[in-house]
Design a protein around this ligand. Sequence first.
Ligand code: GLN
Length: 449
Amino acid sequence: QDLLNSALGRIEAAHDLNALISLNEGAAEQAQQVENRVAAGETLPLAGVPIIVKDNINVTGTRTTCGSRILGNYVSPYTATAAQRLQDAGAVIVGKANMDEFAMGSSTESSAQGPTLNPWDKGRVPGGSSGGSAVAVAAGLTPVSLGSDTGGSVRQPAALCGVYGLKPTYGRVSRYGLVAYASSLDQIGPFARSAEDLALLMNVIAGHDPRDATSLEAPPKFAAGTPDGLRGLRVGVIRESLAGNTAGVQRTLDDTLSALKAAGASVGEVSLPELKYAIAAYYLIAMPEASSNLARYDGMVYGQRVSGSDLMESMTLTREQGFGREVQRRIMIGTYALSSGYYDAYYSKAMKVRRLLADEFNAAFGQYDVLLTPTSPFPAFRTGEKTADPLAMYAADVDTVAINLAGLPALSVPAGFEEVDGVKLPIGMQFIAPALKDELLVGLAGGLE
Ligand code: GLN
């Protein structure tokens, strides 16, 4: 109860950051249940740990709005597997984090509840789409949080807010109860302030779930640090990620490479030429999947309904008024790319690029244990700076989307700062591992601390 009250106090004090969409009304009761379980002799790995989860993760009795007007009054009738595992391990879900509408964005500006502010500079974005979850940890509202990552939405806000953010291997964490954006890319991932906290969380949430057929059997065994430290680790810097970075990002990459070498790792460079098509391929896969997934919001079963004179008009008005501009744009582009006559030119072409990219990553892992890029080419940008230009916003994902296309795990590690207009802004480095080697990422992050 003390931990919960302390988190609630911090949330109240940081109200201006707009990091949360709602509080969990059932939290006090859940904290009491944890106290009872501990008193009865149970050993719980996360006993009493307050935690915030992104608002696209269902938790019974909480509103799950996905940052959208269309789900503004939707209350979850069930709990997502990842959230359930946290609760079973003793964690108390305190609230739901703000996010870009339906996780579509890189800045947490498109939420129906308004933008979340970056605690390092309140005139700047926290990144997105899991900006509220990143800010929750960066501002110390809770020690850990959950987000979701379809094309970078855990890693990029982690980088822009100076915390750790892990996108697990596709299938490592159950997606049951995560509201779908692009199902073949979506993964739930943790934010934390240390590799040890990441390991604690992953050991709880990872593993097979009979309710998600794409979830994997691999037993979780995460630890911060590896037996031999970083000695002998082969790190490949991806050449395509070296262009277009700010001076501070470049300097932080150089510093990271020096630290790796000093710890006994070997460092080389590797080229993945197909990466130049990654953003185009990503959006031509994510948007079609989104257009299908979001067809269910027609005002008939879920969320808000705007009534019209007949069924068609009701559905049209509901979607017109319920979805924001970016979501509408993506539904239209996605529908277009899937339609007869365009499918081969766009969607099917993008799927071929996806295959080639995965092959290039696999080839690179023949030479290197992990690959390295900056998580974002720049630190946090100004609120409003990219909202008028969707393509500029999409370009913010240049270093992250390919990892989801290939299904790989990747971890953003807080690695340095860049001073902009007299303010220190955090910078993250992204380590990428072969599928199911998520543990290696958390281990090496521990070695780097
Ligand atoms: N910014 C990317 C997008 O808008 C990634 C979002 C995400 O990972 N959910 O699709």
